[in-house]
Design a protein around this ligand. Structure first.
Ligand SMILES: Nc1nc2c(ncn2[C@@H]2O[C@H](COP(=O)(O)OP(=O)(O)OP(=O)(O)O)[C@@H](O)[C@H]2O)c(=O)[nH]1
Ligand SMILES: [Mg+2]
Length: 259
């Protein structure tokens, strides 16, 4: 693996003498470098409906403090890089949750044009922050049931995209359902995790089972993990949040072959 790469470095000098070898080395090397880079910095798509907590989560993952204007929501794809020790990490792409044209472009990008290695799909057990859609005024309101239903609808769209990608790619794809805002329902965390789990028979669980069926033989690994990223200065249990983050990061590293 080293040899062709170092040869390619002297490509111009050796091209006359060992034309065939040098040419094949030149064409192979960029692929190998890209492959190595991709292994060290796999791409991860972060999906989920508007107001669910994607931006807060990835800012925490990237060790970056969240911008003040939380309430606005994200209109375009956000990009972050998470660096871990030993020169590894993740390239994170956050698909905007609002149903704008930019969301469709972003979904196309992460699931079709530059298919990602893994997906963090963010849900919040009906605790998404209601956001106004463009052009309307006044505070947005929605009941818990409406928000749960909206999560389900949002997942149906994303699940189709993930299944399509898995089928086309023919290599394993991993998915972690991140149940965030757990600080808002501390006594119902287990119940929430079950609700989002495959085989649970819940409305969401059934949709996860459908994803498996849609993807056919393509391999998709599915995890469900609780998370909370309380606002800075908040009174929530910091310790639990740190543990949850550590668990998520460990699992992402395992799934990417980093450990
Ligand atoms: N209590 C609590 N609030 C959270 C948590 N995560 C996010 N929030 C709040 O929920 C709101 C929405 O979070 P965002 O991260 O902006 O949501 P988003 O998914 O990026 O939304 P869009 O950009 O519209 O797609 C913000 O007011 C956050 O402060 C959490 O774990 N706990
Ligand atoms: Mg956002």
């Amino acid at each position: 693996m080293n040899r062709p790469a170092s040869r390619a470095g002297h490509g111009a000098a050796t091209i006359g003498s060992t034309l065939g070898g040098a040419l094949s080395a030149l064409s192979a090397a960029p692929g190998q470098v890209a492959h190595l880079f991709r292994h060290r910095f796999p791409t991860v798509a972060v999906t989920g409906m508007t107001g669910i907590g994607k931006t807060r989560l990835v800012d925490r993952l990237a060790r970056r403090s969240t911008a003040e204007v939380d309430d606005a929501g994200s209109a375009v794809m956000e990009r972050r890089t998470r660096r871990t020790s030993k020169g590894r990490g993740f390239r994170i792409r956050v698909v905007p949750g609002d149903n704008a044209a930019s969301r469709l472009w972003a979904l196309d990008e992460v699931f079709h044009e530059e298919p990602v290695d893994g997906v963090l799909h963010v849900v919040a057990y009906g605790h998404a922050t209601p956001r106004r859609t463009g052009g309307t005024s006044g505070a947005a309101t929605a009941t818990h049931e409406e928000l749960l239903a909206a999560e389900l609808e949002d997942w149906a769209i994303t699940a189709h995209r993930i299944a399509g990608m898995a089928v086309r790619r023919g290599q394993p794809v991993w998915l972690i359902i991140v149940v965030t805002k757990a600080d808002l329902f501390p006594d119902r965390i287990e119940e929430a995790v079950t609700y989002y789990s495959p085989g649970s028979g819940s409305a969401f669980g059934k949709k996860i089972d459908e994803l498996r069926a849609l993807a056919g033989g393509a391999h998709i690994s599915i995890d469900v993990l609780p998370m909370s990223v309380p606002t800075e200065g908040g009174t929530g249990p910091r310790r639990r949040s740190d543990d949850q983050l550590a668990t998520l990061e460990r699992r992402m590293a395992q799934l990417s072959g980093h450990v």
